[in-house]
Design a binder for this molecule. Structure first.
Ligand code: FES
Ligand code: FE2
Length: 383
């Protein structure tokens, strides 16, 4: 993040501390509880978000070399992301163009070619069809149009994005991820997210709507009661900045140590030492920038009212010693213990919503990041 933006955010926080305020909208807003309840029509509508928008699917460090690949299934479309001969990234639907079998079975690795397990049609790293066993049976079939179906793919700020629907006619296979992120792309690059290594990939399943799973990260109103004995002592009670950046959000949760900056020259201020910066990349990715690492979390719809969490931590370099691993593992434990406290509340909400007690949930004026998120859902997946 650019130094001037860091200083501006610190100034905003210091002003809030002085006036005992926080970022807020004019007033509270309501959201019908239907937004979170299992509903086929709504699920079909929201499925568009996961077919039509750029989705974060990998960290660049997971595919450093030509031939490196990653299978990705959480979007609902089986994807195969590949680093090509020239270093370029491409993403394909991991489905054979003969009769539709899943082509690559491994979660990741490095290959010269991808061979379907059924009849052994083989595809090159660029997705083109390499060979058909007993090809005499397929005369007249156009090989050029039988490569793996390509989907747009691109990277920005160290994060790889794909849009899991086949290219339309004439569409570029290069997804303009920087345009989608806007200023956030440069901010992530400034935080070194692209130069680190993805450590400790993690998967969890939770019994709550993916939208509730996002909501619980987007306000600091809950910090004191929910995290009283864990992380709250480091933070303030309900102090945050919230900025809408296109469809996305930049939230800042200051730590108590930030108050000390008021007495120090602005050009020595280091934002991430004194605040957690949380980016919500619409629709379903969160990046939590901490002093020396960044946690990347994706919340995917999983059945009628479930969430699949996939996550990893970007650390400055892949840990090579037990000591380094123990350090990052301890960091991750703090993160996941705190998020389990959050998910327990979210799962409680999911159960409570079905009771009929509430027709709407209320977002307080300082919970306006949640209102923005839900508005974006309606805008990008209209009824
Ligand atoms: S379905 Fe893949 S080779 Fe037949
Ligand atoms: Fe929390």
């Amino acid at each position: 993040m650019q130094p001037e933006l860091q200083r501006e955010l610190v100034r905003r926080v210091l002003a809030h501390l002085e006036r005992r305020t926080t970022d807020r909208d004019a007033g509270p807003t309501l959201l019908p509880v239907d937004a979170y309840l299992p509903d086929d029509a709504r699920a079909r509508r929201e499925a568009r978000l996961f077919r039509e928008l750029p989705l974060a699917v990998a960290h660049v460090s997971q595919l450093p070399n030509p031939g490196d690949f990653l299978a990705h299934d959480a979007t609902g479309v089986p994807l195969l992301i590949v680093r090509g001969e020239g270093g370029e990234l491409a993403a394909f639907i991991n489905v054979c163009r003969h009769r539709g079998t899943r082509v690559e079975q491994l979660p990741c690795g490095n290959k010269k070619a991808f061979v379907c397990p059924y009849h052994a049609w083989a595809y090159r790293r660029d997705g083109s069809l390499l060979s058909i066993p007993h090809e005499h049976g397929f005369e007249g079939i156009d090989r050029a149009s039988r490569g793996l179906a390509r989907v747009p793919c691109g990277e920005a700020g160290g994060i790889v994005f794909a849009r899991p629907a086949p290219l339309s006619d004439g569409e570029s296979p290069v997804l303009d991820a920087a345009a989608w992120l806007g200023p956030i792309a440069g901010e992530l690059a400034g935080f070194g997210v692209g130069t680190g290594a993805a450590y400790a990939p993690t998967t969890k399943r939770k019994q709550l709507s993916w939208k509730l799973a996002i909501d619980i990260f987007l306000e600091s109103y809950h910090l004191r009661p929910t995290h009283r004995d864990s992380i709250y002592p480091m933070f303030f009670d309900n102090v945050a900045t919230v900025d809408r950046v296109g469809a996305h959000l930049r939230c800042l949760f200051p730590k108590r140590s930030i108050a000390s900056l008021a007495a120090q020259p602005e050009d020595t201020w280091e934002l991430r030492r004194h605040a957690n910066v949380l980016y919500h990349l619409f629709p379903n990715t969160l990046l939590l920038v901490e002093p020396d690492h960044t946690a990347v979390l994706h919340l995917w719809p999983d059945g009628a009212a479930g969430t699949l969490l996939t996550a990893y931590t970007v650390v400055p370099e892949a840990p090579a010693t037990d000591k380094a691993r123990a350090y990052w593992d301890a960091n991750n434990r703090i993160l996941y213990d705190a998020t389990d406290e959050d998910f327990a509340m979210g799962e409680s909400i999911q159960r409570g919503l079905a009771s009929g007690a509430n027709r709407e949930v209320v977002f307080g004026a300082f919970e306006h990041a949640l209102a923005h998120f839900h508005r974006q859902i309606d805008e990008h997946a209209p009824a």
